[in-house]
Design a protein around this ligand. Structure first.
Ligand code: ARG
Length: 462
């Protein structure tokens, strides 16, 4: 222990230095300092408001805390390991600034409700930032989609050519995933935004505090109804990690597609130099490092979710030091999601070029119009299953003959079934195949145009 004793007089000797380092969280919870200061200012105001300390004392504490904020912002506040954590670091500095009065700040409070408050304020802020980033990501997706309503792209199931799509429709799928992420975070935020301040160490406090007052000052929507729950609940962080994991799932799936599309095998997109990297040995290489990193970083966020679940599952009520382990994974997840969203947004915005001619050609070189032949017959009274079997046979003989469906003569079509007429060629042209899927939510151009309008309206309305 340095000049100022952290613990009560019960302790006679200082911590072993290695144990002090092991115990300390200052290296990472310093990231909470702005929230800690804001939370402490609210607490000080409440102490004055309720008469637990005088108005003048309250004002001095608030001003002292504000000074620490300025010192921190100017890069002048560097608490060391001896402070243990951000809460002690702030309190110590406050005592240096305002003198013994600083020792009154912790009246009717514990680090347990304090750290819970800080973490919630931090996460509330970060969630808002991530939601804004999701909006930017969605806007870029929409901008690109609007340029590519008429661009066709092979659609896959099982990574086998299935049915051609409007590229806009494909991109809009990611828009909707991001929309759910955006909504999910809003929902998580409702439970992040509950104040544990005033729960004390675990049982409340003997002082006549006003928890609703601090909650209001800090813009919390409510207060925890049970003090034990308030200090030991980390559901809100787990929920955030679930939501963050799903964001990463979505980004990772898009990444995987971009990586495939950029390959020589697909050649659907060209990577622009601003977002691609080279190889140190193979001069011809242009690598999709951005989506690969996003895909790779996804595992970290899943890992943090798992770690938090396991950390929580055996904890008896109420606070246990295990809970200090909630922070690094949470911070890393927040930083990872933000970095990945930013990188993917930039990649979409300026790092990718869809190769229209290649895409146009790609949808003509396969049997992805086979369903439309079956639909053609089914629309003319042939039971679908019968039509399906018939077309299966045609596909088989065409493959054997080295032909595509469009290469069959009208004669051949009519031999297969008398219902075929000259309009079969139009019906199986890729553009018509896409246009015809005009069911609600389908890839038909008319549907996609409506979907684009609805999507834009959705994000501008909120
Ligand atoms: N650094 C601690 C944490 O992050 C603060 C709370 C400590 N509380 C306690 N009872 N030791 O969880």
């Amino acid at each position: 222990m340095t000049e100022q004793q952290t613990w009560s007089q019960r302790f006679e000797s200082a911590l072993h230095p290695a144990i002090a380092r092991f115990n300390a969280s200052i290296n990472f919870d310093i990231q909470l300092i702005e929230y800690d200061l804001t939370g402490s200012q609210a607490h000080a105001k409440m102490l004055a408001h309720t008469g637990i300390i005088s108005q003048a004392e309250g004002e001095q504490l608030v001003a002292g805390l504000e000074q620490i904020r300025q010192e921190y912002r100017q890069g002048k506040f560097h608490p060391g390991i001896e402070a243990e954590d951000v809460h002690f670091a702030v309190e110590r500095r406050l005592v240096e600034i305002v003198g013994d009065l600083g020792k009154k700040l912790h009246t009717a409070r514990s680090r347990n409700d304090q750290v819970g408050t800080d973490t919630r304020l931090y996460l509330r802020d970060q969630i808002q930032q991530i939601r804004n980033q999701l909006r930017e990501f969605q806007l870029v997706l929409l901008d690109i989609a609007e340029q590519h309503v008429e661009t066709l792209i092979p659609g896959y199931t099982h990574l086998q050519r299935a049915q051609p799509l409007s590229l806009a429709h494909h991109l809009l799928a990611y828009f909707h995933m991001a929309q759910r992420d955006w909504e999910r975070l809003a929902d998580v935020s409702r439970r992040v935004n509950i104040s544990p301040l005033g729960c004390g160490a675990l049982a409340g406090t003997t002082f006549p505090i006003d928890r609703h007052y601090t909650a209001q000052l800090l813009d919390f929507e409510g207060v925890y109804a049970n003090s034990l729950d308030g200090v030991s609940d980390r559901d809100f962080a787990i929920e955030f990690l679930c939501a963050a994991s799903l964001i990463m799932v979505h980004l990772s799936r898009l990444s995987e597609e971009v990586i495939l599309w950029a390959s020589e095998e697909f050649r659907f997109v060209t990577l622009k130099d601003s977002c691609a990297t080279g190889s140190s040995i193979m001069p011809q290489k242009k690598n999709p490092d951005v989506p690969e990193l996003v895909r790779g970083k996804t595992g970290r966020v899943f890992g943090h979710l798992q770690a938090m679940l396991v950390m929580m599952k055996g904890l008896p009520l109420a606070y246990n030091k295990d809970l200090q382990e909630d922070k690094e994974g949470l911070f890393d997840s927040v930083n990872t999601v933000k970095a990945c969203l930013q990188a993917m947004t930039i990649l979409l915005q300026e790092g990718l070029e869809f190769r229209k001619a290649r895409l146009e050609q790609a949808v003509t070189e396969d049997f992805s119009n086979a369903t439309d032949v079956a639909d053609y017959l089914a629309a003319r009274g042939v039971p679908f299953r019968e039509a399906y079997n018939l077309v299966g046979k045609v596909v088989k003989t065409s493959i054997a003959a080295g032909k595509l469906l469009k290469d069959l003569s009208l004669e051949e079509w009519k031999q297969l079934h008398p219902a075929f007429a000259a309009d079969i060629y139009e019906a199986i042209s890729p553009r018509q195949v896409v246009a015809a899927r005009n069911s609600y939510g389908g890839t038909g151009f008319a549907q996609v145009r409506q979907a684009l309008v609805a999507a834009r309206a959705q994000i501008t309305a909120e």
